[in-house]
Design a binder for this molecule. Sequence first.
Ligand SMILES: Nc1nc2c(ncn2[C@@H]2O[C@H](COP(=O)(O)OP(=O)(O)OP(=O)(O)O)[C@@H](O)[C@H]2O)c(=O)[nH]1
Ligand SMILES: [Mg+2]
Length: 689
Amino acid sequence: MGECNLENNSLKPMKIVLAGQPNVGKSSLINAMTNAQLKVGNFSGVTVEKTEICFEHHCHAVEMIDLPGTYSVNGFSQEEKVARDYLLNEDYDVIINVIDSTHLTRNLLLTLELLNLNKKMVLALNMYDEAQKDGIIIDIKQIEAITGIPTVAVSANTKEGVDKLLDTVHEKYDLEKRLKTNITYSDTIENGIFNIKEFLDSKNYEYKDLNSREMAIKLIIEDKEFFKAIHDEPIFMELQPLVINEVNDIYSYFETKDLVEIQSQEHHSIARGIRAETVKRADKKKPKQLTKKIDDILINKFVGIPIFLFLMWGLFQLTFEIGAIPMDYIDAGIGWFGDAVGASISHEGLRSLIVDGIINGVGAVLMFLPNIIILYIGIALLETTGYMSRVAFLLDGFFHKFGLHGKSFIPLVTGFGCTVPAYMATRTLKNEKDRLITLYILGFMSCGARLPIYVLFAGAFFSASSAGNVIFAIYILGALMGLVMAKVLRVTAFKGEDEPFVMEMPKYRMPTMKLLWFIVSKEAWMYLKKAGTFILAATILIWFASNYPKVDDPSPKAQLEQSYLGIMGKSTQFLFDPIGLDWRQTVALETGLAAKEVVVATLGILYNVGEDLDETSGALLDAIKQQIPFASAVSFIVFVMIYLPCFAASMVFVKEAGGYNHLVYLFILTTVVAWVMSFLAYNITLAIT
Ligand SMILES: Nc1nc2c(ncn2[C@@H]2O[C@H](COP(=O)(O)OP(=O)(O)OP(=O)(O)O)[C@@H](O)[C@H]2O)c(=O)[nH]1
Ligand SMILES: [Mg+2]
C-alpha cells in the first residue's frame, strides 16, 4: 500500500483509478484483484479517503487508486469532492468505472459523465452474481456497442471475471488509443454538435488528441479548459456566434439555461435507453424482494427501534457471557506463565519487571481479546449486512431532537469500535456544523478499548447474570450523554439548522465468512499488535515508575506509594478526591490519556502489589473487588466513559476538526463533564448504598 516503490525499473507504470457510485463494490473489487485489505461495508461512504494499492501485473507496475463513491463529477457536494478532484485534476491512465449490475440506469449516469473526461475507460459490471440471482440478463456486447466502452461482467465476491477485467484494462492501455464513444444524444443536441463539428472540420482545427465531435461537445457543455485554449485562436471570432446560436437552440428546446440540468436530463434518457436495450428479466413477474420483506419488520415504526435495542443488548450479553469463557483460561494461562517464568529468573529486579510488570500489564490487556472480538463481530455484522443504514434511518427522528441527523449514526457506531476511523467517517456529513458536532461528541461513544475496563469492573462488582446488562447500560448512557451534549453544542457553539437527511438504503447482504473473518481478524491483530508494542512499552514505563526510586521500607505498599508513580498520583489526587478516587485510580486515568488499554495495564500492575491482597488469587478481578469501594468504582467508570479518547484519536481529531484549538476545547469540555458526572455518580451511589 502507499506510494509505489517498485525497484524493477523495467516495469511499465500504469495508474488505474476506480470510479463509481457509493456502495457498488469498488473497494471489494480492488481487494479481489490485489492482496489489499481495504475497508468494505454495505453502506454508502465506507471509503472516505483516496487509497493507493501497488502491485505487479503482466509486466506493469500497477498503481490502483480507490476513491470514495461519487454520484457525479459535476456535482458540488463536499462529500464527493475527493473523488471529483482526483478524476478531474490528477494524472492517470485508465478508469475502471465500477457499476452495480442490479442498478444499471442509476449507475450509468456517472458513466456518461466520465465519458466527457476523454480517458481510457473500462466498464466493470460488478455484483453480477446478484444480478444473475435476481434473474437479470444483461447483454454485455450490446452495452459495448452502444457506449463504445469495453465492458466486463465481474463479481468481487466470487472473483468471477476479475482476471478478465484486468486483462481488458491491459489491452486497452497497451494497444489502443483512448476511448471514442458512440453515445448519441437527442436530436437538438446532435444537431448542434453536427453544425459545430462541420465548422471545425472545415477549418481543420486540431486540439490535443480530440476529434472534432469531441471538441464540439466540449464547446456545448462549456468546458472551461477547452474554451480557454480556443479563446485566443483566430477561428474563435467565427466560432463564437455559431456556438452561441446552437446553445440557444438547445436552451429553448429544454426550456432552461441550466447546463447541468440539461445534461442530467439527457443522461437520464440515455441511461434509460441503454437499460431498455440491454437488460432482460428472466421472469417477468418481480417477486416481492427479500429486502422489502425484512424491511417491513426492521424499519417498522413501532418495533424497529426496540428490535435494534434488543440486538445491541444481546451483543453485550454475548460479549460478557461468551467472552468470559476463554477469558478465564487466558487469565489462568497468564498466571501460570508468570509463575513459570518467575521461577526461572533468579534476579529479583528482573523477575519483578517481567512478571509484575510485563506479564501482569500486557496480560491484563490480552485477557480481553475475546470480548473485543465479539464486539467487532457485532459491529462488522451491522456494517456489512446493510442494517446500519436502516438504524440510521430509524433514529433520524430521534436524532433531530438533539440537533443531529441519522447520518451521524454511522460515525457514531464506528466509534463503538475505534474512535480514529470514526472521526474520519464524519467526512460523509455534508454540513460543516453537523460534522463538528459529531466530532465533538464521538468520544462519548465508548470505543472497543474501553470495553475491557467495563468488563473488568462489571465482572468484579456484579453477578455474571447482570454484568452484561450493566455493560449495555454503560454504552447506552454514554451515547445518551453524547446526544445531550450535541444539543448543547447545537444551541451554543454551533448554531444552525440541521440539514434534511437522505440515506441510501442498500440491499440486505449476507456477508461472506471470508469478509467477516477478514474484518474481525484485522481488528484482533491490531489489538494484539498494540498489546505487543505500545502497551508493552507503557507497562515497562509504568513498572519502572512504580518501583523506583527504591525506598528503605521493605513493604511493597510503601515502595509503591513512594515511587514516581505514587508521587505523581498523590500530588494530583486532590483533583479526584471529591469524586472518590484514590491515587492509584488517579494514575490509571492519567496514563489512560495515552490509550485506554493502558488503564487496564496500569490497574493490572498497581493492584497486583497490594499487601492486603489474598495471596492465592492473582486475578485482577478479585483484586479490584477487594480494594476499590463500589461508589469509587462507579465514579471511575463514569469518568472513563466520558473523558478524552486516546492520544492517537486526539491527533486525528485535530486534523478533522481543523486545529489544535478544537482539541483544547474538547479536552476542557470532556474533562469538566466527566468530573461533574463522576461527582454526581459517586455521591448518588454513596447515598443509595
Ligand atoms: N454479492 C456481491 N456483493 C458485493 C460484490 N462486490 C461488493 N459487494 C458488497 O457490496 C458492499 C459494498 O462494497 P464496497 O467495496 O465497500 O463498496 P464501495 O464501492 O467501495 O463503497 P464506498 O466506499 O462506500 O463508495 C459490501 O457489502 C460488499 O460485500 C459482488 O460482486 N457481489
Ligand atoms: Mg469503498
